[in-house]
Design a protein around this ligand. Structure first.
Ligand code: GLU
Length: 345
């Protein structure tokens, strides 16, 4: 446990130092770095309506016109990849996006990639890309909590913060990053913790760190789809209806967002253990954002029941890791090692 806390302290510190160094406004010498922008939508591309706003409406061209200062730091070009609220992100778009990012980086023409993105599932996209992109050049996702046409829009400031960060040498070889509220978080730790604040992202405790050029072994560019993995949310008195539905639908893996330390009521535990016997991979995670779920020291005998403890990954990130793991192996010990030790080989 001590080791985990130390690692969290180290990670938080490096992120803070990195973010602080980005505020210094240092001038870069030589030709400007080349940054390719891939726009996917989100509130940063939102337009106001009578009741609030619609995400994913404003083009990247218009968004960039509002931040002319960006040109001082990088030579930019852009593409409108899609224009959606990130609640509509899905496995298929993630596969296409990872393929596109790999293509752009392999072209050798760019020093970094910036992706505009909604904050609702930003941490999931960042985590997916972190496991499927294989070039060390910086990749950052940038969001906003106020629409592009708001008088106090936060998108321009976040874009400027992100561009200033990714053109710095220390941005190379890190995890995929997320930028919001003028701060930068890395994919493994980032999570949305507030439905409205402009500072809606923060970092949870993580006990492994995986720069996106690490050899994950997850090569998805030729995949059309991912194995189906669902998440079951647990609560006081939860029934097994949702778990049964995933099992009956033939899902290959199920993540249980358990209570507390990944605990499950008896009915859920028994059905999940039965599902394991029928070949379904079960990850035991927690609805609590801090602390993680581990096989040692808890109330559930993962070894005996055939469950995989999620370690520090949230249910939504566990789902992504399990989907990718199932593209390369069915071996439970190998999958356990991904969750416990990261996916270095
Ligand atoms: N639904 C929006 C999205 O994720 C809202 C949050 C945001 O962009 O900040 O795209």
């Amino acid at each position: 446990m001590k080791h985990r806390l130390q690692f969290f302290a180290f990670l938080t510190l490096t992120v803070m130092l990195f973010a602080t160094s980005c505020q210094k406004n240092e001038t870069l010498s030589g030709p400007l770095p080349k940054v390719h922008i891939i726009a996917t939508g989100g509130t940063i591309a939102g337009a106001s309506t009578d009741i609030g706003y619609d995400a994913g409406k404003v083009s990247i061209e218009t968004i960039l016109q509002a931040v002319p200062e960006l040109k001082q730091y990088a030579e930019l070009d852009y593409e409108q990849f899609c224009n959606i609220g990130s609640q509509d992100m899905n496995d298929s778009i993630w596969l296409s996006l990872a393929k596109r990012v790999n293509q752009v980086l392999e072209s050798g023409k760019y020093d970094a990639i910036l992706i505009t993105h909604g904050t609702d599932v930003m941490e999931e996209t960042a985590f997916f890309l972190n496991l499927t992109i294989h070039d060390p050049k910086p990749v950052i996702l940038v969001g906003a909590m106020r629409p592009a046409d708001a008088e106090d829009a936060d998108g321009p400031y976040n874009l400027l913060t992100a561009v200033k960060a990714i053109v710095r040498p220390e941005a190379v070889g890190r995890e995929v990053m997320c930028c919001l509220g003028g701060k930068i978080y890395e994919a493994g730790a980032a999570f949305k913790n507030d439905t409205h604040s402009i500072d809606a992202l923060s970092a949870t405790s993580v006990d492994w760190y995986l720069p996106h050029n690490a050899n994950t072994g997850f090569y998805t560019d030729n995949l059309e789809e991912l194995p189906e993995v669902g998440i079951v949310y647990c609560y006081g008195s939860n029934s097994t209806v949702a778990l049964e539905a995933f099992i009956n639908a033939g899902y290959k893996g199920i993540v249980l967002a358990g209570v507390g330390d990944g605990n499950l009521n008896q009915e859920t535990l028994d059905l999940a253990a039965q599902a394991v016997k029928n070949g379904v991979m079960i990850v035991r995670s927690s609805r609590i954002p801090f602390g993680g779920v581990y096989t040692e020291g808890g109330e559930v005998d993962d070894e005996k029941l055939g469950f995989i403890a999620s370690g520090s990954l949230s249910p939504q990130k566990s789902r992504i890791l399990l989907m990718l793991a199932l593209t390369v192996t069915q071996d439970i010990d190998t999958i356990r090692s991904y969750f416990q030790n990261g996916v270095y080989r």
